[in-house]
Write a protein that binds this ligand. Structure first.
Ligand code: M6R
Length: 608
């Protein structure tokens, strides 16, 4: 979590740093701060959002051609000005993303050296530690290298020294950091979107890298201290990809971008008549034909995508599949199987629990891994043998929307590729399913037209404290996703149940103050689901049902129906996601919440 930006140029870098922070606010928004050199060190910190920081910097006339900036998601210490970055020790100023695990021990050591701590953060340790090494006569680069060798945990840092206006030092270990190369100027940031305004030339630093940035360029050293070159990539990000355009919120924009995001993700198959496993990497055919089971590891919304995929992979490809929450899997004893494919799913590719779960699986003896991820060059993609990059484009709203539906599109492709390799897909069925996939973007566009009806539901949810989401079979994880979306941004407490479980306990909660949302496609479980809905109606529960055209579920007193298009077969879960996203969005709007930046959350969860 947290976003960092750094810049060295022959012009005032404050507007560049502030603009970068605005684009990184999705990573955390508890406080923000900037420090620049202009003769002396000028530092401004705000407990408000970046817009507030911008005003403060302008009113205090802050400017300089070398600087660092930070937007915070609080871990150690409450959101407050004294805990906001940059942290300063002597002339050393530091911004940090990550967690220093040995900060307690380092605090004691530094206190013994006479350092006084002014914040509750783990980051302040870094500032004092670097300062203690500069004091012994080391240059900034050497001081940072020495300090990082004493730190345990994860960090991406940018450091400047008030007494040396010629360079900035950055380092990373377990948290993302990249460099942006301009004309006679250099930048550093947590992700490329922060720099889209100034450059598209990006250098991704590797874990353990430490770099010195001057106006002449970057000197990069690897984890062993050897000078190294890292390739310059040209980012495909354009400024308008991260602009709101005519939308009110990023979440709204991202919901409506889904037809295009899914079309882009499926581009490789839109013109093909058959599917090739090599969509997942050059080794994919070889690896996928060897495996005899799958283990999916992910968190939050990405976990829900994994649960949907389990129904596909077992039902269509006939491969046994387990799905586990990454933060649980990484701490339990389990039995590895060298013929199991470990699949990690993540929008950001930097979720600490998912990355650690993958490392743990490998350490247990799992041999094959595949990552499905939306961020090129992310740590997760680089840690896997096979990879699939969803092409949702940048997702800025904290609530995941287009990342989820594109993950599902990718997992549908994986299912078909595996089913084909396992001899479970006739050519005719393959052609039919590919046709359905090609039709998916236009089906999504049609479903988006239900928005006015969903908005009416949302108005009624506004004053509710709780809601229940029901689904059966493959639509149960979609109910889970609907409940997660609603609680995440509207703060209405919501739970999801497999509808058959209702009578085993949660039915006791149902009364007229508990709206119940049910997903009722015309599939094999429809009649079972209808019985569950009767159980709700009989207790006075208000039902809100997403029903396929031909389900014969008719609106009645206490029974509200939104008609979905014809049953979409295998792809039905993807279509049913849309109204649930819209429901959460409009309920949050009605309640006056900050839709894109819900309280207490951040987009990238890079801590445990
Ligand atoms: O980046 P990831 O997909 O690994 O993130 C996992 C979860 O933190 C994320 O999906 C979260 O649940 C969403 N923000 C919910 O909308």
């Amino acid at each position: 979590m947290c976003g960092i930006v750094g810049a060295i140029a022959k012009r005032n870098v404050v507007p560049i740093l502030i603009e970068g922070l605005k684009r990184l606010e999705y990573r955390g928004y508890d406080s923000a701060g900037v420090a620049v050199l202009n003769g002396t060190l000028q530092r401004v910190r705000s407990t408000g959002r970046v817009a507030e920081l911008e005003k403060m910097a302008a009113s205090q006339g802050v400017s300089g051609d070398l600087g660092i900036a930070h937007t915070r998601w609080a871990t150690h210490g409450v959101p407050s000005e004294r805990n906001a970055h940059p942290h300063v020790s002597g002339g050393i100023s530091v911004v940090h993303n990550g967690i220093i695990e040995n900060h307690e021990a380092m605090r004691q050591k530094l206190r013994a050296l006479g350092y006084e701590f002014l914040s509750d953060t783990d980051t302040e340790v870094i500032a004092h530690l670097v300062h203690s090494h500069v004091k012994t006569g080391r240059g900034l680069f050497e001081a940072v290298r020495q300090a990082t060798s004493e730190l345990v945990g994860a960090y991406a840092i940018a450091v400047l020294n008030e007494k040396d206006k010629t360079h900035l030092v950055v380092a990373r270990h377990g948290a993302p950091l990249l460099l942006g190369v301009g004309e006679g100027e250099l930048f550093a940031a947590s992700d490329a979107s922060a720099l889209v305004q100034v450059t598209q030339k990006i250098i991704y630093l590797e874990d353990g890298d430490c770099a010195e940035l001057t106006l002449d360029g970057a000197k990069i050293f690897d984890d062993k201290g050897n000078a190294t070159n890292r390739a310059v990539h040209v980012s495909q990000l354009t400024p308008d990809a991260v602009e709101l355009g005519s939308y009110r919120h990023y979440m709204q924009k991202e919901i409506f971008e889904q037809p295009m995001a899914v079309a882009n993700t499926l581009e490789m198959v839109t013109s093909a008549q058959t599917l090739s496993a090599n969509l997942f990497g050059v080794e994919a055919e070889n690896i996928l034909s060897q495996i005899n089971q799958m283990l999916i590891l992910a968190c939050g919304t990405s976990y829900h995508a994994g649960v949907v995929a389990r129904y596909w992979l077992e039902g269509i490809a006939g491969v046994p599949c387990n799905v586990e929450i990454a933060s649980e899997y990484r701490y339990r004893d389990s039995v590895p199987d060298p013929r199991c494919l470990v699949i990690t799913i993540s929008q950001s590719g930097e979720t600490a629990d998912t990355l650690a779960a993958l490392q743990y699986a490998k350490s247990l003896g799992h041999k094959h891994s595949l990552s499905i991820c939306n961020v090129p060059e992310s740590a997760l993609l680089r840690a896997s043998d096979l990879r699939f990059l969803t092409r949702a484009g940048p997702e800025i709203g904290v609530a995941s929307t287009k990342a989820f539906t594109t993950q599902l599109a990718a997992l549908a492709l994986l299912t078909l590729a595996v089913a084909k390799l396992k001899g479970r897909l006739t050519a005719e069925r393959e052609a039919q399913l590919l046709k359905e996939l090609r039709h998916l973007p236009s089906a999504l566009t049609t479903v988006l037209h239900v928005e006015p009806q969903v908005k009416m539901w949302a108005e009624k949810f506004t004053n509710m404290q709780h809601a229940l989401f029901l689904g059966r079979g493959i639509h149960w994880p979609i109910a889970m996703e609907g409940a997660l979306k609603l609680k995440e941004i509207s703060y209405i407490h919501a739970e999801a149940y497999a509808a058959g479980e209702l009578k085993h306990g949660p039915l006791a909660l149902v009364d007229k103050t508990m709206p119940v949302v049910a997903i009722a496609p015309n599939d094999a479980l429809l009649e079972k689901l209808k019985s569950n809905l009767q159980e709700v109606r009989a207790r006075g529960g208000e039902l809100h049902v997403l029903a396929d055209q031909d389900t014969r579920i008719m609106p009645a007193e206490g029974l509200h129906v939104i008609r979905m298009p014809d049953h979409a077969g295998m792809l039905s879960p993807i279509l049913h996601t849309i109204p649930l996203q819209l429901l959460a969005y409009h309920a949050a709007l009605e309640r006056g919440n900050d839709v894109d930046k819900p309280r207490n959350l951040a987009k990238s969860v890079t801590v445990e």
